[in-house]
Design a binder for this molecule. Sequence first.
Ligand SMILES: [Zn+2]
Length: 148
Amino acid sequence: MTSTTASEFNVEQGLMELPGTPARWIWAFTCPEPKCACRTAVVLSLAGERELLLELGRPVADAWLRDATYGQTAQDLKGVTVFAVDLDTHELFSPVGDAPLNAAAHPEVREVADRLDDDVLDAIARVWEMGKGQLPLPDPGADGRRSR
Ligand SMILES: [Zn+2]
């Protein structure tokens, strides 16, 4: 039996570089609720370096790990492009609530969303499964797993 709790899941799994140029990173936060079937991921994005997104996105990661309102934390971030995406339909949403996002009014979101190709969406879908404990973590060597 493998079960992964949110605290054992490495939130940095969701940090990935987008294909293409200029260099741009995303940090995807999938729903942490093990029994929830929603397929929406909150995505932070920033042009440039991984380390900068890691630093700016940290409050969202902390909120996600605490089971707090990470969508709201994401929405409040400054200097980072933030949106939510449905991994199956590719629809865009505001990071808080379930209102569809009008990408035409948010060209920076459109630009990021256009670079979410199938490989990226597959990678986020794997993070979704890992976050819910449905996939073994990439490093199965860790023996110190707590069982619930
Ligand atoms: Zn959910």
